[in-house]
Write a protein that binds this ligand. Sequence first.
Ligand SMILES: [Zn+2]
Length: 416
Amino acid sequence: MKTINKYSIGLGDRFGHQGSAQLKAIIAASEKGIDITPVWNKSNREHITIGTQPIDVRIEADSVTKSAGFNKPYFVDADHINLDTVDRFIECSDFFTIDVASYIGKKAGETEIDEFLSGVEKYTGDLKIEGTKLLFKTTKSQIKQIAEKYLFAAIKAGEIYRIIEKAKGNSNFITEVSMDEVPQPQTPVELFFILKMLASENIPVQTIAPKFSGRFNKGVDYVGDPQLFAKEFESDLMVIDYAVKEFGLPENLKMSIHSGSDKFAIYPHIGSIIKKYDKGIHLKTAGTTWLEEVIGLAESDGEALDFVKKIYTESLEKIEELCAPYADVIDINASSLPSKQEVSEWTSKKFTDTLRHIPGNPDYNPNMRQLIHVAYKLAALQMKDYYRLLETNEETVSKCVYENVYNRHICRLFDI
Ligand SMILES: [Zn+2]
């Protein structure tokens, strides 16, 4: 079976221009002794918004790794696919994030539920996570509720897995199951039974992406109590460890965090907990590369700065349309957004300081940052100009992308 290494990072490159800069960050980490497998991910939604095809991500990943002489593993992730979208990703992807969010809460058949319940009877009462101090109290009705909420989703994950397996063979890809895009986080107890369901479906899941407590808004920091997150994360890790042994799941099964990027407040916690237990991690970072492109263009000044100012102005006009698909993962306080007039007078420095995620900088504005994050569609509508500016200002832009991935994400997570 194709397996994923201990550490991996999901990198999003919506416009397909920053693969080399992202890879440079991976190479810099390996020079510091941290071996990270790059996984380029792009969701169906992003492909549709921009007008790209899944094959474009494969072409980019192959080409940037080749030209850098990068001879370690890397993957192309069919991000958040389900039964409706899996087909066009099959050929060119070798990592599949099977998203079961839309199936959660739908009830499986009574026989399937009964069968599951009889298989987990021994975990009723005291659920002790062996080798740890964790002890959860469970009741029959609680486990039944969990089955009613998640079993159907697990069965669907099995269906999707087998579609991919049939086309690619069972040893040629990595399987992730994600359930982060739902309103309610999963508790460690729920995670335990979900893993049992996935094992019963014979899904060789190597990374699992639960939803955690707190807000994981796109491109900005974690909103919530980092200590509580750390406790939850640690419990989940113990549960995964026990479930692997108990249910015969792949030994390298690890946590995948769909971070939405920039979760600086919790990266050090994640880093120290995985170090403490010698565990792996997959950190999905996604769309901040686009934000770095905007910042890089703003830094380049002149026509490039004017272009990104125009993107911002248009984003104010289309704010509702742009935010709608991302409503659950952004929190924009519209009254804190600078006006079109204000921004038109901004210098390059003022624009980059406002947008760049440097928490201590008094000019940093997370509201504007989130709005620009979801405004990439506007650049896609002016693709020719956008690509020309990216190419003319490549050096500045790629430096921004590199520094973001390396300094702000990798170094914080791995304590480099
Ligand atoms: Zn996700």
